[in-house]
Ligand binder design. Structure first.
Ligand SMILES: NC(=O)c1ccc[n+]([C@@H]2O[C@H](COP(=O)([O-])OP(=O)(O)OC[C@H]3O[C@@H](n4cnc5c(N)ncnc54)[C@H](O)[C@@H]3O)[C@@H](O)[C@H]2O)c1
Length: 316
C-alpha cells in the first residue's frame, strides 16, 4: 500500500502538533507548514518534514500544489479573538486570504485532496441562539475572527460546488491540553495550570458563571483522522460539511477552577475581577452530527484531561 501524505498547516502549534503526532501514529507521511509566529519548532515531531513559511506566501502555494498530498489539515491561523478586534484587516489577511492561497493552490494542483479546515464552534454562532449550538443554527459571529472562520467555510462550500473541492470543516469548542500557550487569551485551562504551579491566585472575570465546552486536544486530533476517512463529497454537493467538536457539557469557570484544584490537590485563592466587555455568557456545542456521521465522540473525561494538562505544565 502506498503511504498516504498529509500536510498540517500550523503543525508547530498547540493542536496542530498533536494532530501531526496522531497522523504519524496512524501511518501517514506528514509535512508541517508553519511560520513559527506562535508555534515552536521543537513541537514539530522529528518524523515530520518541516516547511518554514507563511500560508500567504507563494512558497506555501507551491508546497500545496506540488506536495502530492492526499490530506491537508489547515490549522495555521491568527487565533487571538482580541487581536482580530484590534486589527480586523490583519486577521482577514491571515485567516481569509491565507486560507484562499492554499485552497486556490489545491484547485490548480489537479489532484483530489481532502481539505480539513479548523473552524470554531465558539465564535461562529454568537449569542442570539440558545445552546447547545447545532451546526444548522444561524451564524452571528461576534468578532472579526469568527467572521473570517465562517467566511472560509462559505468559500469551501463554493469551491465544493463549483470546483468539486473535497472538504470538511471542523468547528472546535474550547480545546485544552498539553502544549497550549498559557500567554494567549484562549487558554483558560493553560493559564490556570500555570497559576496553580506557581501557587498564585486564579483570576475569574465577573461572577465565574460563564460556561464553555472544554474538549481535550487528543480527541480533536482523533476527529481529524475520522474526517480524513469520510467518503469523498459527491461533485456539485450543496451539503454543508461542518461538524461541531466538543463534549456537549457546559462547565462554568468556577467549576473548572474547582475541578483543577480537586484533581491536582493544589489549592490557591480565586480572585474576582470586573467582567470583560462582550464576553459570551454560555458556549456549548451539540455533537450529535459528529457522533453519527464521523463516528467520533470525545473519550477524555474532563478531570483526567485537566490532570494530564497540569502534569505537563508542572513538569516543565
Ligand atoms: N485552541 C482552541 O480552543 C481553538 C478553538 C477553535 C478553533 N481553533 C483553531 O485551531 C487552529 C489551531 O489553534 P491552536 O490553538 O493550536 O493555536 P496555535 O497558535 O498554537 O497554532 C497556530 C499555528 O499556526 C501558525 N501560524 C500562524 N499564522 C501563520 C501564518 N500566517 N503562516 C503559517 N503559520 C502560521 C503558528 O505559528 C502556530 O504554530 C487555529 O486555526 C484556531 O483558530 C482553536
Amino acid at each position: 500500500m502506498t503511504t498516504r501524505r498529509a500536510l498540517v498547516t500550523g503543525g508547530a502549534g498547540f493542536i496542530g502538533s498533536h494532530l501531526a503526532d496522531a497522523l504519524l501514529a496512524d501511518g501517514w507521511a506528514v509535512t508541517v507548514l508553519d511560520d513559527l509566529s506562535s508555534g515552536k519548532r521543537g513541537q514539530v515531531p522529528a518524523a515530520a518534514a518541516f516547511v518554514h513559511t507563511d500560508i500567504r506566501s507563494p512558497d506555501a502555494a507551491t508546497c500545496v500544489r506540488e506536495g502530492g498530498f492526499d490530506l491537508i489539515c489547515h490549522l495555521a491561523a491568527q487565533m487571538d479573538v482580541r487581536k482580530s478586534v484590534a486589527d480586523p484587516g490583519f486577521d482577514a489577511d491571515v485567516n481569509i486570504k491565507g486560507s484562499l492561497n492554499l485552497i486556490e493552490a489545491m484547485r490548480t494542483s489537479g489532484r483530489q485532496t481532502r481539505f480539513v479546515f479548523a473552524s470554531t464552534g465558539g465564535a461562529v454562532y454568537g449569542d442570539l441562539v440558545t445552546p447547545p449550538n447545532l451546526e444548522t443554527f444561524p451564524k452571528d459571529p461576534d468578532s472579526p475572527y469568527g467572521i473570517a472562520k465562517y467566511a472560509v467555510e462559505l468559500y469551501l462550500g463554493y469551491y465544493a460546488r463549483i470546483h468539486a473541492l473535497d472538504y470538511v470543516a471542523l468547528r472546535f469548542a474550547n480545546v485544552y491540553g498539553p502544549r497550549q500557550d498559557p500567554h494567549g487569551e484562549a487558554g483558560v485551562v493553560a493559564i490556570f495550570c500555570q497559576r496553580l504551579k506557581a501557587g498564585t491566585p486564579l483570576t475569574v472575570f465577573g461572577d465565574g458563571g460563564q460556561t464553555r465546552d472544554y474538549v481535550y486536544v487528543g480527541d480533536v486530533a482523533q476527529a481529524h483522522l475520522r474526517a480524513a476517512a469520510l467518503p469523498a463529497l459527491p461533485p456539485g454537493t450543496v451539503d454543508v460539511r461542518a461538524f461541531n467538536l466538543g463534549t456537549q457539557v457546559e462547565t462554568s469557570v468556577l467549576e473548572l477552577a474547582a475541578a483543577l484544584m480537586r484533581g491536582t490537590g493544589r489549592q490557591v485563592p480565586v480572585e474576582h475581577a470586573p467582567p470583560r466587555a462582550g464576553e459570551q455568557r454560555r458556549s456549548v456545542v451539540c455533537i450529535d452530527k459528529a457522533r453519527t456521521a464521523l463516528g467520533w465522540s470525545p473519550a477524555m473525561p474532563l478531570d483526567e484531561g485537566l490532570r494530564r494538562t497540569f502534569d505537563w505544565f508542572n513538569s516543565r
